[in-house]
Structures are given as C-alpha cells and as structure tokens.
Design a protein around this ligand. Structure first.
Ligand code: EPU
Length: 427
C-alpha cells in the first residue's frame, strides 16, 4: 500500500526501455535460431522477470547485469509444455507461440494472462497459425500446434499487437513470402521488424499489408537488440506533469511514438516543447476539454486512457474518451469516483466532467495502468493522503516508478510489505 499526498512534480526524468518491445525481442532471437540473445536497455520490471522464468522452463537460462542488459542462452531451448501458472501471469509471453513454431515447428502454450482489462482471447493468433498451415489443437487450458508452413497469407479480423508479432515470428519458418493483412503498426511491432531486418529478413509494407520475406535470413549464433524507450512510460510522465501543474523534462523519448499524445496535450493547453529526444512539459491549473479516441496506433494509446481520465477532470468542461481497444478498461473510473470524480461510463465512452478530487480515501489498483492513473489522482487530490491498495502491480511495467516520482518531488510513503526488503528510492 502506498500513501500519496498532493505534489507538484518538477525536474527531470529518464525513460526506461520498453516493456512491450522486450517480448518480441526474445521472440525474434528464438525464431532466428540464436544460441545467445542479448537485449540491451531492458526495463527491470516484473513482467520481464516472468518472461525469463518462462525461458528457464523451456530449458534456457539467462544473466542480467547492472546496465540493464539481459543475455538469454537459448541453445538448450526445447518446445516443451510450459507451466500454466507462470504463463498466466503475463500477456507478452504469448509470443513464445510464434517463436517456438518458427524454431521447432511445434509449440504448446497455456492461455496467456496479463492485466484484467477486458476480454483478451487469442483466436487471431490461432487463426494466423492455421492460415499458415500449422495443425492447431485447442485444449481447455491452452493451445498446441505443429507442422510446417504451407500457407502464404494471414488476414486478421481485428488489429492485434501480439497477434501480429506472432504472425511475423511464425513466418520466419516459411520458405516463401508471407502476406499479413490488417496488421498492427504499433512501434513495438515496427521494432520487431527492425530486429529481424538486421538479420536478413526482408519486409515490404503499406498501411494494410505487411509482407515478410524470410528467405535471405542469416543463420547466426548470436543476436543483439536494443530496446526503444517505453512510449507509455513517457506518456504517463507527460500526463502526470500536466495533471500536477508541474514542470518536467522527460529524457530519452522518441516523440514520433507519442505523436497523438503530444497533439492532444497541446489541444488541451499543456505547454510542450519537443527537442530531439527530450520533451519538456509545463502544466497549468485548467485545461480545454477533449474528445479522444483510444485505438490502435497511431491513435491515442489505450494504455494511457486511465491516466488521461484523471487529467481531464481538470478540464473546464465535459470531455469524452472513446475506448475502442478494451471497452471494459474502466476499473479506475470506479476508484476515482470514491475520490469525488464526476465520471460516467456509457458503452465504450468515458464521460468526464470537471471534478475536484479529495484525498483521505482508500482506492485499489486493479491493473498496471489503472495503478498509474491512481498515483496521478493521489498526487492531485486535496486534503489527506490517498491510500492505494495493490499498488505493487505498478512494478509489473514501470521501472523504479516510485524512485522516479520521488526525484520529481512527489510526496508519498510506502507501507512495509511482507517479504519486502528495505526499499530505498534513490534521490
Ligand atoms: N483480440 C481478439 N483476439 C485476439 C487478440 C486480440 O479479439 O486473438 C482483441 C482484444 O480483446 C482487444 C484487441 O483485440 O480488444 C486488441 O488487443 P491486442 O491483441 O492488440 O492486445 P495485446 O497484444 O494483448 C498489447 C499490449 C497491451 C496493449 C495492447 C493494445 C503487450 C505485451 N501488451 O496487448 O499492453 O494494451 O497491445 O495496444 O504488448 C500494457 O502494457 O499495460 C498493456 C496492456
């Protein structure tokens, strides 16, 4: 549990490597048949550790150094069955499906888990495997697939990020070009493309279709990837700075990856200055109301919808966020209501009216991004401290979050947890 007090954030913060670009990097290394997979700029967050546990279960091992570099030794990897409990802790692990199919022609995975933000089926991942000609058996607890690639075309019914990553990974086994229609274009998918291009896989793409040509891929023992900065962490700090009326310089950002976020912040009246890979944000007391559509890239990211919900309570009028990716991603709304938020949920729309949040309440974080939104709420609420239960869930995806906000002047206190070592947050 964490106790937060109203604070104005000021100073500089450096963004860590992207959590969601880590999983496809592991997948790319496996699919390419590498014995050693080196991944630099890895955020040391809980979901990354779970992925490494999965790798260990598959017969690999790994080392982590203090420069955020992870080396996975994958020579002994085999497509054995993975423990259901471990696998169900994260979503990103699902890329193991495509990676093992590419490397061994077979895979057996339990259903993945991840944040509970609505339905998260894997029917499109299965469709991709079947379209390529793999024989797929759906079991009560997971999916088993084997075979060789005969198909050359995958058409997704909806845009799916990890589904697209899996399709690309599976295609590495093909002896012909593979076309992927209606693919997701998130920066993490684009990074997977770059990882593979580095080792000879060729790609052609337009807005709708991605063609993977794996015929010239290099057979290498070792691969080396560097993760891009985490765009969702960067967006969280932008919104946090704006909501607390703070002034924060955010370093190590690729601004094109958060183009829509910057556009919407400017529209609201947040002062934003972009300079190469740095963004300076200056907040103010009130903002213009917004209409935001949270959808696939390049639209506004769903992973910043809960954080934006908090900021828009400072708008001078009614704002609307349409959540088109995970319509049920509203757990934060009900917690914010306990703090005085005037919000309505209507279908996939979150309607936000100007509200003054008050502290002294106990709220509960139900998932990673709602934890971030409740922190922002706690830092902007008047009165006594805001208590966030299950706050620890933030460690799934934000590296040293408390250390970073403390350095920016956030006032908080962390209650000792059982088994928790003396955590010091470097100033
Ligand atoms: N969907 C299906 N069938 C499928 C796959 C997806 O119906 O087979 C639906 C989902 O239910 C959802 C939509 O398609 O409504 C999009 O889901 P997508 O597959 O794109 O999400 P994901 O790949 O499971 C990744 C990120 C999420 C992020 C979403 C959307 C990783 C590990 N996770 O999830 O990140 O919200 O894309 O951008 O890359 C987070 O970091 O907090 C997080 C949840």
């Amino acid at each position: 549990m964490v106790f937060l007090l109203k604070s104005y954030l000021k100073g500089e913060v450096k963004i860590s490597g992207s959590k969601n670009a880590f999983f496809p990097a592991v997948g790319a290394g496996i699919a390419l048949g590498a014995k050693v997979i080196r991944i630099r700029n890895t955020p040391l967050v809980r979901d990354v550790h779970v992925m490494l546990e999965i790798i260990s279960e598959l017969g690999g091992w790994y080392s982590i150094n203090d420069k955020n570099e992870i080396v996975i030794y994958a020579e002994e990897l085999s497509p054995q069955t993975i423990d259901r409990e471990t696998f169900s802790k994260i979503r990103g692990g699902v890329v193991i499906f495509g990676a093992l199919l590419a490397r061994f022609g077979k895979a057996h995975i339990p259903f993945p888990g991840g944040c509970k933000i609505g339905k998260r089926p894997i029917d499109q991942h299965i469709k991709a495997a079947r379209s390529l000609g793999f024989y797929v058996e759906e079991e009560p607890d997971g999916v088993k697939a084997h075979g060789d690639i005969k198909g050359t075309k995958i058409s997704f019914d909806i845009k799916t990020v990890t589904g697209t990553e899996n399709a690309i990974l599976m295609a590495i086994r093909s002896e012909r070009e593979v076309e992927i229609h209606n693919y997701a274009r998130e920066p993490e998918v684009q990074e997977l493309i770059k990882y593979l291009e580095r080792y000879g896989v060729r790609f052609m793409m337009d807005e709708n279709t991605l063609v993977v040509d794996p015929r010239y891929r290099k057979h290498v023992d070792e691969v080396d990837f560097e993760l891009i900065p985490d765009r969702i962490e960067a967006g969280t700090f932008i919104i946090c700075a704006a909501s607390t009326e703070g002034k924060v310089k955010i370093k190590n950002v690729i601004s094109e990856h958060i183009g829509k976020v910057i556009e919407k912040m400017k529209e609201a009246g947040v002062k934003i200055r972009v300079d190469n890979n740095e963004i300076e944000v200056e907040g103010c007391r009130n903002y213009e109301p917004l209409h935001v559509i949270a959808d696939s890239y390049p639209d506004f990211p769903t992973d910043l919808q809960p954080q934006l919900t908090v900021m828009l309570m400072k708008a001078k009028g009614k704002s609307v966020i349409e959540e088109r990716v995970f319509p049920e991603r509203v757990s934060h709304v009900y917690e914010l209501m306990k703090m005085g938020a005037n919000i309505e949920v209507s279908g996939n729309k979150i309607i936000i009216y100007p509200s003054e949040l008050h502290g002294g309440e106990v709220v509960e974080a139900k998932d990673l991004r709602s934890a971030a939104s409740l922190v922002i709420a706690g830092l902007t609420a008047d009165g006594g401290p805001t208590f966030i239960r299950n706050f620890e869930i933030i460690e799934r995806g934000y590296e040293n979050f408390l250390g970073k906000i403390q350095k920016l002047g956030a006032k908080f206190y962390v209650e000792e947890r059982e088994g928790m070592k003396d955590v010091s947050y470097p100033a």
